[in-house]
Design a protein around this ligand. Structure first.
Ligand code: FEO
Length: 397
């Protein structure tokens, strides 16, 4: 079924209510997701992006029933990651005359993904325009936000920005419009999406958002490729992207720890108590028992990152190794941290965590806190004092 978006624009995507993990098993999607595809019925019939391969049959059946695949003139491939390009081969098999519009990098990526197909490619670059009848489509390259081929498409007349991954959310709701669903959920998912997928590219996003704002496009809708469409207070999500890409933090602390016999957990709680007593918001997560995407979102919003682990086999517990690697990959900026942990004899874990955080670009502002076997009252007091000292550094910026 096509859903009406605006004027002669329709939604023909797949709303995936049951999805709980994305990018394989990397990202949690507790509110499902959607693979948004849009259809413009102008003098030319234009499809914007396709859907993930498991949904190809349903996607093509809708197109065939509603518009007739033989009548599609053009497909805009804003981005050929398989969640959006997964149905394009089947589409082109049904109608090989469809013009494939994408960035030059998109041509390369499509050819590599699909064994060099002999399609009617139309590569475009920033500022290029294609007239489709009453409307023009203008393209803005989004190189490495978040793939080399990524771009956005602006439709004049209806004034819709088809923004692909940018401004999206892994969210599936009872409407395709943001103003018709639970705003708290949508904004939480938009933030999680930015933290989990786009945060490594904040420097590029900052420049690109400024570039898009300077284009002064008369935006009436932003239609991303995941989640709901923004049509009220449209620029709010653009302003949020500017804010989130500018060394973002909320002045809070996240303590991530893993523990074998509760000693390191007791240290984490004492550190958190010290932080809280100084008036700084703090959250604690057992890294082995927490959702990794949500954990990464908390690190992204935090000014302070504190990691602790028991020492085992001269190193850290395994969940911390993954956490440090993920923090490194997300290239977080402007954050401070320190480490802690209990041990029996050698005690290397806090040092390893400190080295990992340093490599990840987190500024270490105080020495590790350690406790042998079960922390004594004096050692827990030292943890609390370390938390207090850290909180003061947070408050002093
Ligand atoms: Fe939603 Fe980068 O694909």
């Amino acid at each position: 079924m096509l859903l009406h978006v605006k004027d002669n624009v329709y939604y023909t995507g797949i709303r995936d209510w049951e999805l709980r993990m994305f990018h394989g098993h990397e990202l949690s999607t507790f509110n499902g997701s959607s693979y948004n595809s849009y259809l413009i019925k102008d003098d030319k019939t234009v499809l914007l992006d396709t859907v993930w391969a498991p949904h190809t049959e349903s996607f093509l059946n809708t197109l065939e029933a509603e518009v007739g695949i033989a009548n599609i003139d053009m497909v805009i491939v804003n981005h050929n990651e398989p969640d959006h390009g997964g149905s394009i081969v089947a589409l082109l098999e049904k109608n090989p005359n469809i013009e494939v519009v994408c960035s030059q990098k998109g041509v390369e990526i499509i050819k590599k993904h699909f064994q060099n197909p002999d399609w009617n490619f139309h590569p475009v670059k920033t500022g290029d325009t294609i007239n489709i009848g009453k409307s023009d489509l203008t393209f803005v390259e989004m190189t490495m936000i978040h793939w080399p081929d990524s771009m956005m498409t602006f439709m004049s007349g209806s004034n819709i920005l088809f923004s692909n991954d940018a401004f999206g959310q892994h969210f599936c709701g009872p409407s395709i419009f943001a103003d018709k669903v639970d705003a708290c959920l949508v904004w939480a998912e938009a933030f999680k999406y930015f933290a989990g997928i786009l945060s490594p590219f904040t420097a590029l996003i900052k420049r690109k958002v400024a570039e898009v704002v300077a284009m002064n496009l008369p935006l009436e809708m932003i239609a991303p490729s995941h989640g709901v469409i923004w049509r009220e207070d449209v620029l709010k999500i653009v302003e949020k992207y500017a804010e989130w890409s500018d060394d973002y933090d909320e002045g809070c602390v996240t303590v991530g720890y893993d523990t074998m016999y509760q000693a390191t957990k007791k240290m984490a709680e004492a550190i958190a108590q010290g932080i809280e007593e100084e008036g700084v918001p703090v959250k604690l997560f057992n890294t082995a028992a927490s959702d990794q995407s949500d954990l990464m979102t908390e690190f992204f919003r935090s000014k302070g990152i504190v990691l602790g682990s028991s020492t085992v086999n001269n190193g850290t517990l395994r969940s911390l190794a993954g956490v440090v690697d993920e923090i490194r990959g997300h290239k977080l900026k402007g954050k401070i941290g320190f480490t802690f942990g209990s041990y029996g004899w050698s005690g290397e874990a806090p040092k390893h965590l400190q080295e990992g955080l340093t490599e990840a670009g987190i500024s270490i502002v105080q020495d590790p806190v350690m406790a042998k076997y079960t922390p004594s009252a004096e050692e827990l007091l030292a943890c609390k004092e370390a938390g207090k000292a850290f909180a003061v550094k947070i408050l002093n910026g």
